[in-house]
Structure formats: structure tokens, C-alpha cells
Design a binder for this molecule. Structure first.
Ligand SMILES: [Zn+2]
Length: 335
């Protein structure tokens, strides 16, 4: 080995090591206490199941706006004063989605905050999670702690960590858009609306990362403590350049050592045209051919029941999953 080659290798390994340290430092700041605090707020009686077009739904979207503001995210509506992308859902769509007796159009709100990257010419990331849930049904609150208090807690925690990083002058290359969607439970109307009314051109989206239900352990993984640290990754990338098995596994091995479970990924590939893949906010992005990934921890008996409460969230596992998505987002944002 020549002297020059060994110096070169030394340089490469120090770059990787330095980068490793930066990633590890960042993911160590994910806080279990913060996640628990957001969960208990989002899935509280005060927010009563966060149904679209209700006063408590509005309370929950105001709460997310305030978190984005405190975490230093940029607002773009009302001359930079509001995070709220308001839209009307018309009666016809509402009828399609199954609810009757609506007398007029109603209001929904996506909440959007931005962290501008160093290179505005590169494509941007859109991170999505839906904040709406089912509200009150038959006088009982459907709290929606896992669906999708868990995803919104992750989104807020990421905005806190990345917002702090930006404040300290450590910015990735790409712009990151935090998109908390409304009316997901009405057949993805919030993400659909965003696709047609984006903050930055849709053709410039580098990748969409979506969290929907990431706070529980499903029956497949409950059988053994060794299986608890897992996440289902369901993704599509027709270019194979941004998201692929090799990339996700390498990133996970380097930083988090979760089990990346491909069960639903394999099922989604085999069931055409309908599959689970159509059931959350990544889907409108996928339909546009944008590399997209859905992080998911699976179904459980409390799904869409009054028993989906914050005391049932598996906080250490949720924290680990947020650490994985933080590594993923930081890596994608610096590509
Ligand atoms: Zn959901």
C-alpha cells in the first residue's frame, strides 16, 4: 500500500467517523419524556379525538402550530405569521367518505412549518403525519393515541431537534417541510390537497417520509422481548436511487439496530391494485412517482377504538423508531 493511499484511507475514515459522531450526537437528543408529553396532550379529553372541522380539532392544530413556532420553524401563511393551510371540503366529497347530514362545506387545516436548507436549488423533503382522528362517536371519545398521536409526537420531536440544530447553525443541504395533515381519516384529503397546493413545486420533492401509527407493538412482535424493537418500512422508489433495501439497512445498522420488518412491504408488492399501501398520507406522493416511505408499527385490537389511549403507547420503542427516522431524514437531507 502506498503512503498516499493510506493517507487517503485515513482521511476517508476520519470523515466517516466525524459524520458518525454527528449522527449519533443528534439521535441521542431524542427525548422519551418529550414524546410522552406530546402524546398525553394530543390524546387527551381536551382534544377529544381531534376530528376535522370541530372546535377540539382546531385546538389540536393550534397546539401543533405553537410547537412549530417554539421550535423555530418558518411559517408561510398570512405573511409568515400562520402555519395553517386552510381548505374546504365540499359536501360531495364528504358524502363519498360516508358521513351524512352535513349542511355546508367544512373547514380543514394542514399545519406546515419549514426549515430552509443551505442549498435551495436541491429538491426538498416533505415529512408527513396526520393529526386528525375520529372525534366523539356514540358519546365516547376515540383518543387516537397510536392513530396518529404517535406520528404527530414524532413530527413535533423532530421539529424540536432539527429546529435546535438550525438555530445552532448546523443546517442540512436540503429544505425540510413538516406537514401535519388534516382529514386523513376522510380518505387522505389533507395530503391530497397539499399535492395540488404545495408550498414548493411537487416535482422538486426529493422524498416523502410518512409516520402513521408508530407507537405500539403488534401481536407478531409481542411474543418475545427480542422482537420488540422493530418497524415496518413500506416504500416505493421507481428510480431505486433514493430508497432501497441496501440503503435503509445500512443506515439502520450504523445508527439504530432496529428490526426492519418487510412483511407489509412484501404484501403490498403482491396485492395489486388494492393493498395497505393506499391507506395513509404517503400514497398521494407515491402516485406522483415521488420516492416515499411509510413507517408503521402494525395493527392492534385498539385500532379505531375508544381504547387507543396514551398509557398503551410503548415509549421506549417509539423513541427508538424516532431515532431511526431522524437518522434517515438527516441523511436524506444531506444527500
Ligand atoms: Zn392513521
Amino acid at each position: 500500500m502506498s503512503k498516499y493511499i493510506s493517507i487517503f484511507l485515513l482521511f476517508i475514515s476520519s470523515v466517516c467517523f466525524g459524520q458518525n459522531k454527528q449522527y449519533l450526537k443528534l439521535i441521542e437528543t431524542v427525548s422519551l419524556d418529550s414524546l410522552r408529553k406530546y402524546e398525553y396532550k394530543l390524546a387527551s379529553a381536551e382534544f377529544s379525538g381531534r376530528r376535522v372541522n370541530t372546535s377540539t380539532g382546531l385546538l389540536s392544530s393550534n397546539y401543533i402550530s405553537n410547537c412549530f413556532k417554539n421550535n423555530g420553524l418558518k411559517a408561510i401563511y398570512e405573511n409568515g405569521k400562520s402555519y395553517s393551510q386552510n381548505f374546504l371540503i365540499d359536501i360531495k366529497l364528504q358524502k363519498i367518505s360516508g358521513t351524512q347530514n352535513i349542511s355546508s362545506d367544512f373547514l380543514a387545516q394542514n399545519i406546515i412549518g419549514i426549515l430552509p436548507g443551505k442549498n435551495q436549488k436541491l429538491g426538498h423533503l416533505v415529512i408527513t403525519a396526520h393529526h386528525d382522528h375520529m372525534g366523539i362517536v356514540d358519546n365516547e371519545i376515540l383518543y387516537g393515541a397510536d392513530d396518529n398521536g404517535s406520528g404527530i409526537s414524532a413530527l413535533i420531536e423532530l421539529s424540536r431537534i432539527l429546529g435546535t440544530s438550525f438555530k445552532n447553525g448546523i443546517r442540512p443541504k436540503r429544505t425540510i417541510i413538516f406537514l401535519s395533515t388534516d382529514a386523513e381519516e376522510k380518505r387522505l384529503l389533507g395530503s391530497d390537497y397539499y399535492i395540488n397546493n404545495p408550498v414548493l413545486p411537487i416535482k422538486n420533492v426529493f422524498c416523502n417520509v410518512n409516520f402513521d401509527m408508530i407507537g405500539r407493538i403488534d401481536s407478531t412482535h409481542l411474543v418475545s422481548k427480542n422482537l420488540n424493537n422493530y418497524i415496518y418500512c413500506i416504500f416505493r422508489d421507481t428510480t431505486n436511487q433514493v430508497l432501497n433495501d441496501f440503503y435503509l439497512n445500512q443506515l439502520n445498522n450504523n445508527y439504530t439496530q432496529l428490526i426492519l420488518d418487510e412483511r407489509y412491504e412484501n404484501e403490498a408488492k403482491s396485492k395489486v391494485p388494492y393493498s395497505l399501501i393506499t391507506r395513509s398520507d404517503h400514497y398521494p406522493f407515491m402516485k406522483k412517482g415521488i420516492p416515499s416511505i411509510w413507517l408503521f408499527s402494525g395493527f392492534h385490537n385498539d385500532y379505531h377504538q375508544t381504547t387507543d389511549t396514551p398509557d398503551k403507547i410503548c415509549y421506549p420503542e417509539l423513541k427508538k423508531r424516532v431515532q431511526f427516522v431522524l437518522a434517515l431524514i438527516w441523511d436524506l437531507a444531506n444527500k
